[in-house]
Design a protein around this ligand. Structure first.
Ligand SMILES: Nc1ncnc2c1ncn2[C@@H]1O[C@H](COP(=O)(O)OP(=O)(O)OP(=O)(O)O)[C@@H](O)[C@H]1O
Length: 367
């Protein structure tokens, strides 16, 4: 039962609180990604779990054991850092063996573990090399190898891929996912890269200003963001936000903006809401582009079309605000420059309260 439980976890530096009472239950074997903008406190939370930062208040439990006051080396966690933190004077095998030697494990057992994990990570032919003679990706693999040989209960990753170039990052991301499938070790991973979060996580924890905004599977968060912060943070390009006012239509509520309108799903919370200000969240990939002036289409002012091969990003203006549409190119060859509007299914429009930014209840899109 190697889960990790955070209950009311607080971090304060003197009078300044930077993490404000976080609650999170990470299940055994789960891969949880903490994501959020710079300074939101995600690294601080990870470092408190590792024991590298003192916990100001709250309870941290790892594998059922209360560990607030337990030294980092006795928590049975292994951390992989962004800068690899390898010993430059030791070769790959010795770097990987370091933690086991400190634990005074038997020589043969250490050699066996290093060989086994080296093989899993494709490092067998590099075991005699020093870190300086390895590529960035290989160094990161050594850093992971060092964590894996210790057979910890929990892996902690602090932006482990951010020093790698884009291609290597994609490759290593897949390797981490494969490793997790194979080893099944509970993992907590910090990143500010939402693509890493979406692709790696069983569950994503979106943080903002020392608080959790939402916890859920990548698709839950993508489809049903709880507020405009999460809606704008996950997804690339992000969700379009359109300010609108509610009007009662013949067949249900309508959102009006800049002389145009979109029909909305018949939410209970929109009854008797004439004139209520809302923000419509419309994903770039949830709209259907149209060339002709068909009834019900929303008109946009075309700004720029970026063709990315199989798909295109159409940058437009809606009521003077930027509005991005993502569409496939194959179905629209030669006509993308002529697009002047879109339609969208009412149940794919997310409605947020204009004041609080919270999603109105009762509009969950099924996955
Ligand atoms: N020693 C310290 N004293 C005071 N404030 C600190 C200290 N260390 C960190 N902070 C503050 O705590 C907040 C959270 O920092 P943290 O490094 O956890 O953020 P982060 O989300 O990991 O950001 P990044 O992605 O930039 O690493 C920041 O506002 C930071 O300025």
């Amino acid at each position: 039962m190697s889960g990790v439980s955070l209950e009311g976890i607080v971090k304060a530096y003197g009078a300044t609180q930077v993490v404000h009472g976080i609650n999170l239950e990470v299940q055994e074997k789960e891969f949880v990604v903490l994501v959020g903008p710079s300074g939101c406190g995600k690294s601080t939370v990870l470092r408190m779990i590792a024991g590298l930062e003192e916990i100001s208040d709250g309870d941290l439990t790892i594998d059922g054991r209360h560990v607030n006051r337990v030294a980092p080396k006795d928590r049975d966690v292994a951390m992989v850092f962004q800068n690899y933190a390898l010993y430059p004077h030791l070769n790959v095998a010795d770097n990987m063996a370091f933690g086991l030697r400190i634990r005074k494990e038997k020589k043969e057992k250490i050699a066996e573990s290093v060989a086994e994990v080296g093989a899993i990570l494709g490092l067998t032919e590099y075991l005699d090399r020093r870190p300086a003679d390895l590529s960035g990706g290989q160094r990161q693999r050594v850093a992971m190898g060092r964590a894996i040989v210790r057979r910890p209960k929990v892996f902690l990753f602090d932006e482990p891929l951010s020093n790698l170039d884009a291609k290597l990052r994609t490759q290593m991301r897949a390797e981490i996912k494969r490793l997790h499938k194979r080893l099944g070790v509970t993992s907590i991973y910090v990143t500010h890269d939402q693509v890493e979060a979406m692709t790696l996580a069983d569950r994503i924890v979106v943080m903002n200003s020392g608080r959790i905004e939402q916890i859920g599977s990548p698709m839950e968060l993508f489809l049903n963001p709880t507020n405009t912060f999460v809606a704008g943070f996950l997804g690339s390009p992000p969700m379009n936000m359109v300010k609108a006012r509610i009007k009662a239509g013949d067949n249900g509520p309508i959102a009006r903006f800049g002389g145009q309108s979109i029909p909305l799903a018949p939410l209970d919370t929109l009854r008797n809401s004439e004139g209520r200000e809302v923000i419509l969240g419309i994903r770039p990939e949830f709209v259907t582009v149209v060339e002709d002036a068909i009834p019900g289409r929303v008109e946009v002012e075309l700004d720029l079309v970026e063709t990315l091969g199989s798909e295109a990003l159409i940058h437009a203006k809606l009521s003077g605000e930027p509005f991005v549409i993502r569409t496939d190119t194959v179905g629209h060859l030669g006509v993308l420059d002529g697009i002047s509007g879109f339609t969208v299914e009412p149940n794919l429009v997310r409605v947020f309260d204009a004041e609080s930014g919270s999603a109105l209840p009762g509009q969950e899109i099924a996955r």
